[in-house]
Design a protein around this ligand. Sequence first.
Ligand code: C8R
Length: 266
Amino acid sequence: VPVGILMWRHPLKEWKGKGTTAHFYEILLGRCYTYTQIVRPELGHKDCQKIGKAFTTAFLSKDPCSCTEQDYQPLLELTAQTVPCNKTLFWSKSSELAHDYTRVQGDLFTLEDTLLGYMADGLKWCGDPRSSEMNYQSCPDRREDCSNNSFSVFWNAVSKRFAEDACGVVHVVLNGSISNTFDERSTFGRVEVFNLRPEKVHQLQAWVMHDIGSVHSDSCSSSSVNNLKRILKERSIAFSCQNNYGPIRLLQCVKSPEPSSCRFYV
Ligand code: C8R
């Protein structure tokens, strides 16, 4: 057989989105060790090698447009983690603010404060059915290629578990500076709200935050937030809402160079 044929590699399919994050596997493993050894050593032993393997096995050598939540089940099982009741914090279009808050309020957990969310946050990954390697060139774009792609399906699956596991009074940080403060198409609106268990989640408390200096566009009394209230009522989960919740407002003020809206605190 001519050497040229043995060396031939199928070109990977080209997608509209960015490819797998460079050094994906190393970052994943490093974050797993950082989380289990340094961030939350109380979590106890987790086998990071096995977790890393389960993560890549979920998507390598497969069509990145036909992913299923089932593919991630082995990974979910290896990363089971208990979040105490009353300590779950959801967010939607408010990622930075919510994470700023859990950083100072260390007993609250967003999904990124749990092992699996911590590992995957901000990364991109996909494989290819004709290769056992990751595709670093391109990955499917959720809108332009397919919605059942390797990372969207992952976030759906882990967000679903995160919500199913929640108990007591749960919280959500919403962005009141956009028109769709509660967006039914977001992960929070589509997945998490519908996977809360009414028998153990007594109340959802929403904090609608406005960017400092922005003109208020949505508040607790807006129609999108009322829509959230209605959905929860149908699901027998109590709802409460607060505009510009003080402790989070304080964090916004600390980060704002223009203190005019923060006079109360200075
Ligand atoms: N959640 C969803 N998506 C997440 C995520 C997460 O924890 N972490 C990251 N990095 N992402 P958005 P949303 C990525 O529209 O849709 C959980 C994904 O690529 O501002 O309402 C979390 O528990 C995803 O497409 O928020 C939280 O409560 C975008 O960021 C909701 O779901 C989602 O950004 C937030 O999801």
